[in-house]
Write a protein that binds this ligand. Sequence first.
Ligand SMILES: *Cc1c(COP(=O)(O)O)cnc(C)c1O
Length: 382
Amino acid sequence: MQPRDLSDHVAYEAGRGIEEVARELDRDPSEFVKLASNENPHGPSPAAAVAIRETASNVSSYPKAAHADLTAAIAEQWDVDDEQVWLANGGDGAIDYLSRAVLEPGDDVLVPAPGFAYYGMSARFHHGDVREYELSKADDFAQDAATVLESYDGDRMVYLTSPHNPTGSTIPLEDVAEIAERTDDETLVVVDEAYGEFADRDSALALIEGRNGFEARDDVAVLRTFSKAYGLAGIRLGYAVVPEEWGDAYARVNTPFAASELACRAGLAAIDDDEHVERTVGTARESRAYMREHLEAPVWESEGNFVLVDVGDAERVAEEAQRRGVIVRDCTSFGLPECIRITCGTEEETERAVETVNAVLAEVDSGAESESDPDSQEVTDA
Ligand SMILES: *Cc1c(COP(=O)(O)O)cnc(C)c1O
């Protein structure tokens, strides 16, 4: 037999790992620093690491209490009902739950381009069709209501990413509200805040709950993850916060025990470790400012734990940087073959990345001609 027709489906391209690269180049993993997947340079919250060790002997049981406890802790953090918190196997899992809850076969889903690949993947898994709105490089990937609404055509779901991966741009809540208001009642606006902790912006939760002067809405959902600021990417833990009106749909769409005992215990410990998150966010801010100032190429302003850099030939620069021990993300798969994305590392990692990428750029410039678009040299501070 064969699986169903998957020709429309594409495999997710993750950033490359140290082990993988070291093996391929036949080098020692310790020679490399990985700044390709927006992981936390400080590792997990130490409290979460302790919780994981302490939970080891309990993993023969299904995660019932832990699941309920973490849901309650997150609900308390955001001051919402427990039912509104949809725990999942990573933010990606939460995207799937929203797809399951909302999409009928043939429904359209509007996603940003460039953008996070999993929105479209999940839509297709659930027999939806994917449409795109474009964030323009000439406009520094600015996000606003007009850009999205111009492409909107009655889509059942609209994805916004704020801060946006891979560009680092954000969208004001007023614009999110306008999009939700001007799209159909049956259109769900999903605001992916995977990098929300790194930005100086209020969560779009204000729109769901009717806070900060916004009217309460039942057509917005917010996505959050423990993978980035909390440093728990390997445990796979994320969640959606949805309006109270349909929060009970979770029970009918979730995979039983959506998050593991280890994940829930780690999450419970991490959520109380403010110090770790603050340190992580502080490091990201310093790192992205340093990269913007010192990289010898246009760097967009970012509110995430990464920066997008216009290097002309991403594949070549990423490969050469990798040969020198710095793994960055070639953004060709995002539709930006001239850009690399560099994750904010520790001070030492950031300095090494800047030094390495600058050296590679100098070499590429003095060697074969660069294919860089001259317009791209004019990235502004906006
Ligand atoms: C990392 C990321 C996520 C979620 O990742 P998980 O590891 O599955 O939690 C979601 N959206 C964007 C834009 C991301 O970059």
